[in-house]
Every structure is written in C-alpha cells, then in structure tokens.
Design a binder for this molecule. Structure first.
Ligand SMILES: *Cc1c(COP(=O)(O)O)cnc(C)c1O
Length: 461
C-alpha cells in the first residue's frame, strides 16, 4: 500500500484491533530493577504485593518474560466502545508551520474521561472483579485517572473510592461531579479517614495536598478494608503494558500505509502513555529490527528524567509503598505553586527509566508558557482543545517540525495526543490573560527533594 494517499484520519476496523498487550520488558536486556520492600530492602514477593494489589495484576507487574499478554474478551468489548482511537495526519498543522515534516498524532481523548487512562482503568477493574473483590481505592491528581476508573467500575459494578488531591478537588468541582455521577466516592486528600491523612493534617494544617500523600491514603484505605485493593493509573509496569494498546494500534495503522516514523514523542508524567505508545516500536529497536528516536517531554518545573537521579526511591509521601528504581526528584518533591497541569509526579516508570538510562530514549523539558503557546497553535488549526499534559508533546513535535523546516529534511514525526483540556480552563484562562508564569527549580530547590532519597547499600547515586 506504499504510495497511497494518506487520509486525515486512519482508523482500524474492529478486526484489526490488537488482541494482546505487548510487554516490552520481554525484549529488554537490562530488565527494570525489582520493587523492594521499604523495610527490608529485599525484592517484593508476589505474596507481599498481593496485600495491596489484585492477584492477576501482581502477576503482570512481575512478568518480565512473556512478550504477548492476551486481552480478555470483556476488555476487548469495552475497548470497542471507544477504540480504535484515530491516528491523525496533522495536515493543517504542517501547513501552518510550513514544514516539510509529516506529522501524525494518536488521539486518546475520544472518551468521556478525556484521556488514555481508561485503557488501563478497565483492565485493572476487570481483574479486581474477576478476583471477586468488592471495590478498589485510588488517588487522583488532575482527575483524569479517577474519572477513568469511575467509568470502568460503574461498567463492572465495583465500588470505587477516590482520594483526590485537595487543591484539585476544590479547583475542579466538575471533575469531581463526573466521578460521582459514575458512582465513585470522592474524598479530598489529606482527609481524616486515614492515619496518614490525619498525620498530614496535624503536621501541615491547611495543606492543599499532594499526589504522594493521596497515594498513601488510598493504599491505607485498601489494606484496612477487606475486599478492597489499591489500583494506580500510571508508573507501574502493568499500566505501561495495558497502554501498549495505543502503540499496537498505531503501528498497525502506520504499517497499513507504509509509514515509518523517524521520531516518536510523548509527554511523560509517570510514563504510561509514552511507554504504551512507543512499546512496539521500542521492541523493534531492542531486537535490532528498526531504528527510531524516542523523546520524552516533561515539565521544566517537574524534571524527573532531565534533572533527577536514577535510584531506588519511595513512590509515595507516606513511604508505605514498595521502593522503585527510577529517575526521581525525591518523594517530598512538589512542583512550584504556579505549575498548572498534571505531570507532577516525582518519579518515572521503572521501565522507561531503565530504557532512558541505557540510551534508548531521549528526554527534554518544556516551560509551561511555551507549552500553552503550542496548545493554542494546535487548537487553532487542528480543532482539538488539548490537555496541558498532552501539549508538552505538541510543543516538542512543533520544535522537531521547525528543525525540519530549517534543514529541509522530510522527517516523519509521531506524537501522542493523550487527552482533551476541558477541565483545565483555569490554566487556559491564566495563559489567555497573560498571567501564566514559569518557574524552573534551582539546583538548591531540587537538592531538598534529592536529600530525602533513602541511602542504603546498593542504592548509590
Ligand atoms: C495522566 C495523563 C498524562 C500523564 O500520565 P502518563 O502516565 O505519563 O501518561 C498525560 N496526559 C493526560 C491527558 C493524562 O491524563
């Protein structure tokens, strides 16, 4: 089919949708380091993890060997309600930029939750249901994950308890109402419902909360309530596995038209959308079958890959979760108050961290005013109002396209457009009013977070 004219949108038929998730860990020579028990520093066993997580998901978390994990029929059926997602040729953006580059984006915002997170939410809820559990607990920051999980739990008839970072709970009341409409119980974090929350409230009265604290609360709520387990929307290897559906669809669609991307770009918070998008392409690179450039884009205000260290660190503020070896800014790190979007987690997926460490992936950071400027350019020509998170990828894609304009190279650029920004209008308002500012943390700012990373034999950094 090479040479065929490329349509604006490339869709797949239901028959062409992937039937399995691709586990990139199977093709990695250096596997991501195992999760460690925070007390003993010994690798976590399945039995230990099953106190907190669903049994089947623990199996997936620990699986570094099986390349293809079949997607259960019920999940495939759910996927069919909003997938395949379109792969869009950004003809209008190319024209606007006057670039010889060919730009494509995979759009994951076509569902009510407004982001890619539903791909993993339905999988995690499904395995919880299969296990006969009553419900799941989780945290949400910007609110996309909580919304996605609420939708999945409503569909399967599971209880869903969401700890929502307090400032977000107050700033995004409509996100909260979407979750409640889907039947979730939403609690602002820190709360007085958990020991961790009560301690935070006593120590920092009036705190607006953090993702790390909400995680600790959700974990505590799961382990203290029989019939509940904790689920997480990013960072974990199982989440990257579920999100590989993005990359699998994308690769099938590109292969169909004989398109080979030169560079693949994604925004990086905990790493799940980027990991999912690049997985099948990275697999080819790891097996020596093809070469691509992979670029992670993170906020300059939360630069875990570009300015963090590669070390074992706590995943949450309360230090109740296992230790993960990852690029991290330290579990006490919080982006400055003027940071608008998501992508505020202190660490990064262990899979992506290892790949980055081994030189298979690049990382860049972007300041938020530049990110919103890219969002505005994109919205005005491509029509979609992008999420601030996704707009980091747009910014880097535009930069690559402008470089192609200078060099005259006709490169093919693919980026992940992870979601829509309808619930981020305060941030857009600040940008439109000229009131948005940038803050790049100083080395001294970052040192405070790095000082909190645990030091023990084998964890030199
Ligand atoms: C959560 C989210 C992200 C970042 O999370 P990753 O796990 O890094 O993918 C990016 N974009 C949107 C729209 C999100 O909701």
């Amino acid at each position: 089919m090479r040479g065929k004219e490329i349509p604006y949108k490339i869709y797949l038929s239901e028959e062409e949708m992937p039937r399995y998730w691709y586990n990139v860990r199977a093709d990695m020579k250096n596997k991501p380091a195992p999760l460690l028990d925070p007390g003993t520093h010994e690798p976590m066993t399945a039995a230990g993890l099953e106190q907190v997580f669903c049994t089947e998901l623990v199996k997936q978390e620990l699986d570094n060997d099986n390349r293809e994990i079949p997607i259960p029929q019920e999940i495939l059926d759910f996927y069919k309600m909003y997938r395949p997602s379109p792969l869009v040729r950004a003809y209008c953006l190319e024209k606007k930029l006057g670039t010889p580059a060919k730009i494509y984006y995979k759009f994951e915002g076509n569902n009510t939750s407004g982001s890619h997170k539903l791909n993993s939410a339905i999988a995690q809820a499904y395995y919880a249901k299969e296990q006969g559990l009553k419900g799941v607990t989780t945290e949400t920051g910007a609110g996309q994950w909580g919304t996605a999980l609420s939708m999945a739990c409503a569909y399967l008839g599971l209880d869903c308890r969401v700890f929502m970072v307090k400032c977000s709970y107050e700033q995004k009341p409509f996100r909260r109402e979407v979750m409640r409409t889907y039947g979730a119980e939403v609690t602002p974090s820190p709360s007085d419902q958990t020991e961790v929350g009560r301690k935070m409230l006593a120590e920092f009265p009036g705190t607006s909360g953090s993702l790390g604290c909400a995680i600790s609360e959700a974990v505590e709520a799961a382990v203290t309530h029989p019939g509940y387990r904790y689920v997480l929307g990013s960072v974990l290897s199982q989440v990257l596995l579920h999100q590989s559906v993005i990359g699998m669809e994308c690769k099938t669609a590109m292969d169909k038209y004989g398109i080979k991307p030169d560079v693949i770009i994604g925004c990086a918070g905990g790493g799940s959308n980027l990991g999912g998008l690049i997985s099948p392409f990275m697999g080819q690179k790891l097996r020596g079958e093809a070469d691509y450039r992979f670029v992670a884009v993170e906020p300059a205000s939360c630069p875990s890959l570009t300015r963090g260290v590669f070390a074992y660190d706590f995943c949450d503020t309360g230090k109740v979760c296992p230790l993960a070896k990852m690029y991290t800014l330290g579990s006490s790190f919080m982006p400055s108050a003027n940071h608008a979007g998501g992508l505020r987690y202190h660490g990064m997926s262990a899979v992506l961290s290892q790949l980055y460490h081994d030189g298979y992936m690049e990382a860049v950071s972007a300041e938020q005013t530049a990110v919103f400027s890219a969002a505005e350019t994109f919205a005005r020509v491509e029509g979609i109002l992008p999420a601030p998170e996704s707009s980091h990828a747009i910014k880097a894609a535009i930069d690559e396209a402008l470089r192609c304009k200078e060099t005259g190279r006709e490169e093919t650029i693919l980026f992940g457009l992870t979601g829509t920004g309808y619930f981020d209008m305060y941030a857009y308002q600040a940008y439109n009013d000229g009131k948005m500012t940038d803050y790049i943390p100083t080395d001294a700012d970052l040192q405070k977070g790095l000082d909190g990373i645990p030091r023990f034999p084998g964890n030199e950094f």
